[in-house]
Ligand binder design. Structure first.
Ligand code: PMP
Ligand code: GLU
Length: 387
């Protein structure tokens, strides 16, 4: 049987595959230290669970509007204005089953055959695959540790062609933790505006910024950027709600209408009662977010200090998100080879950088407990000595 040609050039998500492998090994009783998952180990805060449970109890169990309940879209509009200085009306917002679906919908609705989409590497593993699924061509722009893993306006200009339709910005970044400054975003936005290139801004790690770093939304930097940008966010990382599958986007009305139509033929609405949990997340106290961020920061400091001391590994201190991208060039191995040997010899799971378009690195998530981090880094250190 021939499968659809749409899938010929698409590979399954390696981040999810490795996470599942680590979970399966653990289920067999193997003591795996997993740095694979981009998933907070915290439980969803009680007030969020209580709001969803109350909605369920009240039998709020039917279809909702495709774009999500008005109460949630209004809460998101308020959040966009207060936190991101972006003005979106409730009609310019659509709630989906995770930021992943929001990204997928945004790409599907705006790019197609013959279009090119510029993606700075290292990138989140799903972007190029989504672009290919839409029939378009990803144009990968490498960045370097020396440049703090950031694409400059000049890199962007050099990568452009008459076919360029969109650029994807993910700040704070998965997997590098890089955060673009207001000036850097403005420079990129000016290039995009000159050629009317759409900007997909994935801001899912917005609340995880450390030390002096702060998050800026590219849609807020100029009125032109506002009109070209699709701003994506979600609840998974900020509120430890990965399993709830709730994300959202804000964009100009024309794009939102197209996405709403697309979603109306695929998943319809996000889970009805979960949406009330999301309202509570946005409207309740944000102390839980700060507490989780502080804990991630403690782990970041610890993991960074340990990785720095491992011979032949080099690492840049990330400013945001909860990942560390460690350079393994001096071992002379592909990232897959290194990661495979690490899990089979030492029961430590990491994601090979090849999944992010950088084969000389491995990614470690520090969204796991301190005990796992300590043990896993001890094992990694011992493993490196054997190479
Ligand atoms: N964007 C980035 C950069 C991510 O790392 C993730 C991780 N899952 C997502 C989007 C999707 O998040 P979710 O679908 O859980 O909201
Ligand atoms: N985004 C997370 C990660 O990069 C979760 C897995 C995924 O959705 O790809 O690990």
């Amino acid at each position: 049987m021939e499968l659809s040609s749409r899938l010929h050039h698409v590979t399954p998500s390696l981040t999810l595959a490795i996470d599942s492998k680590a979970k399966a090994l653990r289920a067999q009783g193997i003591n795996v230290c997993s740095f694979a998952a981009g998933e907070p180990d915290f439980d969803t805060p009680e007030h969020i669970k209580a709001a969803a449970a109350a909605a369920l109890e009240k039998n709020f169990t039917r279809y909702t509007a495709v774009a999500g309940i008005l109460e949630l879209r209004e809460a998101i509009a308020k959040k966009f204005l207060a936190d991101n200085k972006i003005e979106y009306q409730a009609e310019e917002i659509i709630v989906s089953n995770g930021a992943k679906q929001s990204c997928f919908n945004a790409i599907m609705a705006t790019v197609g055959e013959g279009d090119e989409v510029i993606i700075p590497a290292p990138y989140w593993t799903s972007y190029p695959e989504m672009v290919r699924l839409a029939g378009a061509q990803p144009v990968i722009v490498p960045t370097t540790a020396e440049n703090h893993w950031k694409m400059t306006a000049r890199d962007f200009e050099n990568a452009m062609s008459p076919r360029t339709k969109m650029i994807i910005i993910n700040s704070p970044s998965n997997p590098t933790g890089a955060i673009y400054t207001q000036e850097e975003l403005r420079a990129l936005a000016e290039v995009a505006a000159d050629e009317e290139i759409l900007i997909l801004s994935d801001e899912i790690y917005e609340k995880l910024c450390y030390e002096e770093a702060s998050h800026v939304s590219i849609a807020s930097v100029t009125p032109e950027a506002h009109d070209l940008t699709i701003t994506i966010n979600g609840f998974s990382k900020t509120y430890a709600m990965t399993g709830w599958r709730l994300g959202y986007l804000g964009a100009p009305q024309k794009i939102v209408k197209a996405i709403e139509s697309l979603q109306s033929h695929s998943s319809s609405n996000a889970c009805s009662f979960a949406q009330y949990g999301a309202v509570a997340a946005l409207e309740g106290s944000q102390q839980c977010v700060l507490d989780m961020r502080d804990e991630f920061n403690i782990r970041r400091e610890y993991m960074f200090s340990r990785l720095q001391k491992i011979d032949r590994i080099s690492v840049l201190k990330p400013s945001g998100a909860f990942y560390m991208l460690a350079d393994i060039t001096s071992f002379g191995m592909s990232s897959t080879n290194f990661s495979d040997r690490l899990i089979s010899k030492s029961n430590v799971a990491v994601v090979p950088g090849v999944a992010f378009g950088h084969d000389k690195t491995i990614r470690l998530s520090y969204a796991v407990g301190m005990d796992v981090i300590k043990e896993g880094l001890d094992r990694l250190e011992d493993f490196c000595k054997t190479l």
